[in-house]
Ligand binder design. Structure first.
Ligand SMILES: NC(=O)c1ccc[n+]([C@@H]2O[C@H](COP(=O)([O-])OP(=O)(O)OC[C@H]3O[C@@H](n4cnc5c(N)ncnc54)[C@H](OP(=O)(O)O)[C@@H]3O)[C@@H](O)[C@H]2O)c1
Length: 260
């Protein structure tokens, strides 16, 4: 990536895609700010990155489900004198089962982490990303964003929000030099399934963590790249099918795929 952002905030950096994004940015010489709840995981990764790449790796343990989390993170950045020109919103989780039977606290937390905190952080950091001339915003959506999915309804809806918000921001950012991407991975063996306590999210073509991050870097590096990258060619085909069939038919298919 040329030029790379100089300092990138990565939420969800304690595992999965987020940790891999941190390694790749560090290798490219960018300082990183690692955000998630598990402080020991973040400290370990920060040590690894500083030793292997010589970059500054800052650790900010924070619960993004807590109201005011984005405020708290921005305060930490200010205190440390950091002015990031990159943001990767990776933190997220899923809950499964009939929506009507969901634990209300888990529902609130999911909306807070997947939607509200992502929105708040994007809003606060976007001006610097746009003004830097080479800033970067990657919001991690999902192939689940392309259709309603019974049993994982809230998760799919949260990812539809992330994708369409980010795609619109891509258009708004045109001419600024900033690179904006809605990244849509298919199912991938991260800690996601164990965190959700379910395999119901395993719908579509399985992709590796490396493929996902490679695809993101390819998308933000390519001249004339679009606002969205679906990872995995079969996933890309499947993502566009719901546009061609009635919603009722789509729902019958997705209900079949996620039934218990
Ligand atoms: N894996 C897949 O199949 C798949 C497919 C498409 C999209 N995605 C999306 O990819 C993103 C990354 O997920 P992953 O697959 O890498 O799963 P993962 O390994 O479970 O990583 C999720 C990350 O989110 C963080 N997180 C969760 N709740 C948080 C909270 N309340 N506050 C702060 N951080 C929180 C976790 O850190 P702590 O637990 O330490 O807080 C962890 O670092 C998510 O947005 C997910 O929806 C995943």
């Amino acid at each position: 990536m040329n030029p790379a952002p100089s300092c990138v905030v990565i939420t969800g950096a304690s595992s999965g895609f987020g940790a891999e994004f941190a390694r790749r940015f560090a290798r490219k010489g960018a300082d990183v700010v690692l955000v998630a709840r598990r402080a020991s995981r973040l400290e370990e990764l920060a040590k690894e990155l500083t030793e292997s790449s010589g970059v500054a790796a800052h650790v900010v343990p924070i619960d993004l489900a807590a109201p005011g989390a984005a405020d708290a993170l921005m305060t930490q950045l200010d205190r440390r004198g950091l002015s990031p020109d990159g943001l990767v919103n990776c933190a997220g989780f899923g809950i499964d089962g009939p929506f009507a039977e969901s634990d209300p606290q888990r529902v609130t937390d999911l909306v807070q982490v997947n939607v509200a905190a992502l929105t708040d952080l994007t809003l606060r950091m976007l001006p610097a990303i746009l003004n830097s001339g080479h800033g970067l915003l990657i919001n991690v959506a999902s192939t689940a964003s392309y259709q309603p999915i019974p049993q994982i309804a809230l998760y799919a809806a949260s990812k539809a929000y992330v994708r369409t918000l980010t795609e619109a921001l891509w258009q708004e950012a045109k001419g600024s030099g900033a690179r904006i991407l809605a990244l849509c991975p298919g199912p991938s063996r991260t800690e996601f399934f164990s965190a959700a306590g379910s395999e119901r999210f395993n719908v579509g073509q399985m992709v590796s963590i490396e493929e996902v991050v490679d695809a993101a870097f390819d998308a933000v590096t390519k001249q004339g790249a679009g606002p969205t990258r679906v990872v995995g060619w079969r996933n890309a085909v499947q993502a566009h099918l719901p546009r061609l069939v009635p919603t009722r038919a789509t729902l019958a298919i997705t209900a079949g795929l996620t039934k218990g």
